[in-house]
Design a protein around this ligand. Structure first.
Ligand SMILES: [Zn+2]
Length: 381
């Protein structure tokens, strides 16, 4: 996350302690590595394919037309869920960085570890955003959400509540450590008529989780066909999708959406990591939602919604996709919550699968795991 390469400081005879979080002790180690370059080998998959912030800044600096075209940051969290600043604070900080538009994408209700919002809280937040926009002194704020997708790609919120938003991101936050091919899961999620963006598709986190496996060329083609944008999550630990997979996206003609996934005002600067990934992968600026003006983006969201609803109406003639959520156990001492019920071929709801119905033990495990890292509590399992 250094804004310059250490080598640039050494070449310029500057002190390494100018770098973020580097004191004299660490500076001595780094100096020794320059004097005698150690063989570090290739990074393991769990740390592979991440850009440094310094590299990203250098790439962006070479392509000023991109920075000029990029108007918006399409993913960030406020203290309504697991962010640290109120939405007004995020808007002010984004304006200072020159953003003309931001999407406030707090979590939905199933992700209880983040204090996810139900429909009533989502609507109340929307009214606060309307008031903020009416003042007209900041960036345009989109009423949005990072909605939790069930492992089957279904929504956890009322479609009517989602249809009133300016932008809906869907994201997987569970079953992220499966090793087998997950292409089918992505195809279902991309066809979900409630969402316009699939957020942090792989679900990887630096040195923590390697992310899901899929046929990314097929996923990218499905994204193009459904009009669903694939996200470039620019959070330094995520960078998801990464440059390698974004090359398949560029070839498919699918749209992308770039967001910092910032949980603090200080993380908003990392939009450049997403911008650099788009540039390096050869994504066309004409396929980046962040480069559209406000009205064109609103028009596009409307078009995608209408087309996907038509598509899902056609599909439901032959298959019974999707399901519903059911409240479960709220006896004292248990946390309760909800579970996802799958529809069988005849359209009946069956409760014999409990993939999203977490046990109390699982809740405790997840709570313990999420205590350690600050910020992103939505790391999933
Ligand atoms: Zn997320």
């Amino acid at each position: 996350m250094w804004s310059e390469e250490a080598s640039a400081l050494v070449t310029a005879d500057r002190s390494l302690t100018e770098l973020r979080a580097v004191g004299p002790f660490t500076a001595t180690f780094i100096s020794r590595w320059f004097a005698e370059v150690p063989d570090v080998g290739a990074p393991p998959p769990i740390r592979d394919g991440f850009l440094t912030y310094a590299h990203a800044r250098a790439v962006v600096a070479q392509h000023p037309e991109w920075a000029a075209a990029l108007r918006a940051d399409h993913q960030m969290h406020s203290d309504e869920t697991d962010g640290s600043a109120p939405l007004e604070g995020m808007a002010v900080a984004a304006a200072e960085l020159g953003r003309q538009r931001i999407a406030i994408t707090d979590h939905s209700k199933t992700l209880r570890i983040t204090n996810g919002m139900d429909e009533a809280r989502l609507a109340a937040q929307g009214r606060r955003i309307d008031e903020l926009n009416a003042r007209g002194d900041g960036p345009r704020v989109l009423r949005a959400i990072e909605m939790d997708l069930t492992p089957e790609g279904a929504s956890d919120m009322d479609p009517g509540a989602l249809a009133r938003l300016d932008l809906v991101l869907g994201a997987f936050h569970s079953k992220l450590r499966l090793k087998d091919d997950q292409t089918d899961r992505y195809l279902k999620a991309l066809a979900n008529s409630d969402i316009q963006v699939l957020a942090h598709p792989r679900g990887r986190v630096y040195n923590f989780r390697v992310g899901l496996t899929a046929d990314w060329e097929r996923v990218a083609r499905a994204a193009a066909a459904t009009g669903t944008a694939l996200e470039i999550d620019a959070y330094p630990d995520r960078q998801d999708l990464d440059v390698e997979r974004l090359r398949a996206v560029a070839a498919s003609g699918a749209w992308v959406s770039i967001g910092t996934d910032a949980h603090t005002t200080g993380e908003l600067v990392f939009l450049e990591l997403g911008l650099a990934a788009a540039i390096l992968a050869g994504i066309s600026r004409e396929r980046v939602l962040n480069c559209l003006d406000d009205q064109t983006l609103a028009d596009r969201v409307g078009v995608v919604r209408a087309a996907k609803r038509r598509g899902s109406a056609e599909r439901s003639d032959t298959t019974m996709a999707g399901g519903k959520r059911e409240r479960i156990d709220t006896t004292p001492g248990r946390k309760g919550g909800s579970r996802y019920l799958r529809r069988d071929g005849a359209g009946r709801f069956s409760n014999d699968q409990t993939s999203a119905g977490r046990s109390v033990a699982a809740d405790k495990r997840i709570a313990a795991k999420n205590k350690a890292p600050k910020g992103m509590k939505d790391r999933g399992d």
